[in-house]
Design a protein around this ligand. Structure first.
Ligand code: CDP
Ligand code: MG
Length: 140
């Protein structure tokens, strides 16, 4: 399998509870390398552009406000099959359905406030990484 990069976000519910290190440990234990990382505060408009694919969904407004409600840690994870591997480490969107030991099973508070974002495919990963990072910031 090829080495890939994927965009990860530690969401405001998790930064608020000081869980960045515990979540990063799960990524690293799974063989994912954090090759870029920064803590930022999004505006609702910036969150809206990031989640544009969901703009017709009923939860879109609430999601954008939540993503802007506190600091987030945006990061690029690298590894063999990193896109699918990160989705495994994250667990299902709804923590009630997430497998034991996943980030969302251990830490998510609800289907909305679910601690992490991860890209879902190669094209979205490339697009999402470019939204937050320049090539100079990616050091593998
Ligand atoms: O994050 P993931 O790719 O697992 O799920 P998604 O379907 O792409 O949805 C993006 C985000 O919208 C989720 O992670 C939740 O924060 C939020 N969401 C929500 O608030 N209510 C739902 N019914 C579904 C998603
Ligand atoms: Mg998604």
């Amino acid at each position: 399998m090829a080495v890939e990069r994927t965009l990860s976000i530690i969401k405001p519910d998790a930064t608020k509870r000081n869980l960045t290190g515990k979540i990063n440990a799960k990524f690293e234990d799974a063989g994912l390398r954090i090759v870029a990382q920064k803590r930022i505060q999004l505006t609702p408009a910036q969150a809206g552009v990031f989640y544009e694919v969901h703009k017709e969904r009923p939860f879109y407004g609430e999601l954008c406000d939540f993503m802007a409600s506190g600091p987030v840690v945006v990061q690029v994870l690298e590894g063999e099959g990193a896109i699918a591997k990160n989705r495994e480490v994250m667990g299902a969107t709804n923590p009630a359905d997430a497998a034991p030991g996943t980030v969302r099973a251990d830490f998510a508070e609800s289907v909305g406030e679910n601690s992490v974002h991860g890209s879902d495919a190669a094209d979205t990963a490339a697009q999402e990484i470019a939204y937050f990072f320049s090539g100079l910031e990616l050091v593998g």
